[in-house]
Design a protein around this ligand. Structure first.
Ligand code: SAM
Length: 359
């Protein structure tokens, strides 16, 4: 393999270290690892372009809604409604570019309902009640009187920050939306003009080449991410170390789809499949052609691992959380695997981390 790696970002040594922390020893030259790292970066470049376009389209709609809406809650109700459903699963599942074959097991389609994940199990819920806000509760609970700022990494169009700001009504807080896409930052800026008061800053940010300078001047921020690290197949091991150095003593709340990674055997097998497919330039989503998603709690993690492969989602966050804890970088205050997911095949887990004050 002789391609270039694509410059700044994930490189071969970083990928090798990420794999070793995840418990995988890879045979292969350092140049082969560099090529793989370059391919993961290119897959992420595709994801970044997708969101740039998505949030640009959303910004158009948002501008129309913002003028008419009386409050942030009205804007969010209009722009972020509960998912459409065919009675069984979210309509989003049926819109994938890869085939999603589902064996519903005990579940029978019911109008206005969908199967979601809640606390590690599949359950059928009414559309209107299928949103699980416990990750926002965790962010709000982390905001004690000493906290001066709330930062979201990979904030997209700012829906989480807006909901949290509207709920808190704390004009003394500084909100920071860190996001790679220009359109996402523009949308978040427009949205945050509405709710709860407080200063808002949009910061250009890339998980693969992070510039944390937006943390300068913040005394005690609460930092969180939701469905954003998922976009990064291999988060560089230096990421959490560098972030911890910039925010000693602070809380970091992660709501990301890493529950399946806690099953060591499944994690190893999935990493192997991911690396083999990317090495062979085989489309990751081809895995879905030979897979059936059974709506059975016994295979909830297996389903989630296949979804992660098909979408080229994160493979190593759980191993980095465990390593950071072992190294004394942070303490895990709360860990809830597969807490919630309205996309039942991509359930999110919650980790609340307290960064060491001498990190
Ligand atoms: C599923 S959206 C989630 C957005 C937001 N956190 C939310 O919950 O609405 C994923 C976000 O990750 C961002 N993203 C993708 N790759 C990224 C990267 N390399 N660095 C920073 N953000 C990235 C996308 O632009 C997008 O806004």
């Amino acid at each position: 393999m002789t391609e270039a790696t694509g410059g700044a970002g994930l490189d071969g040594p970083m990928l090798g270290r990420a794999l070793s922390i995840a418990g995988l020893t890879v045979d292969g030259s350092s140049s082969a690892l560099s090529v793989l790292a370059g391919r993961f970066m290119r897959l992420n470049a595709h994801q970044k372009r997708h969101y740039e376009a998505n949030w640009a389209e959303l910004l158009n709609r948002l501008e129309r809604v913002l003028d008419a809406a009386a409050s942030a809650a009205d804007v969010l109700a209009e722009m972020d409604p509960p998912p459409e459903s065919d009675g069984l699963v979210s309509a989003f599942i049926r819109r994938q570019s890869f085939p999603v074959r589902i064996a519903p097991g005990a579940f029978v389609p019911k109008p206005g309902h969908l199967v979601v994940v809640s606390d590690g199990r599949y359950r059928q819920a009414p559309r209107a009640a299928c949103r699980d806000e416990r990750y926002r509760d965790a962010v709000v609970a982390a905001i004690d009187p000493r906290v001066d700022a709330v930062v979201e990494l990979g904030c997209g169009w700012g829906r989480n920050l807006a909901a949290i700001a509207a709920r808190l009504g704390r004009p003394d807080l500084h909100y920071v939306g860190a996001e790679q896409s220009h359109s996402g930052r523009q949308a978040a800026q427009a949205l945050m003009a509405k709710p709860g008061g407080g200063r808002f800053t949009a910061a250009a940010f890339d998980f693969y080449a992070p510039d944390f300078s937006f943390l300068e001047g913040l005394k005690n921020p609460v930092i969180f991410s939701c469905a954003a690290v998922e976009q990064i197949a291999f988060l560089p091991p230096s990421f959490l170390v560098d972030l911890a150095k910039r925010a000693p003593g602070c809380r970091l709340v992660l709501f990301e789809p890493f529950g399946w990674q806690a099953d060591a055997a499944l994690a190893q097998a999935t990493l192997g499949r991911c690396l083999t497919a990317v090495r062979d330039n085989a489309p990751l989503s081809a895995i879905a052609e030979r897979y059936r998603f059974d709506l059975d709690d016994a295979v909830l993690n297996a389903n989630a691992s296949v979804w992660a492969l098909c979408c080229c989602y994160n493979m190593n966050l759980f191993s980095l959380i465990r390593r950071g804890e072992a190294d004394g970088l942070f303490a895990i205050e709360e860990l809830v695997l597969n807490q919630a997911g309205s996309n039942l095949f991509n359930p999110y887990s919650l980790a609340v981390l307290r960064i060491a004050s001498d990190a």
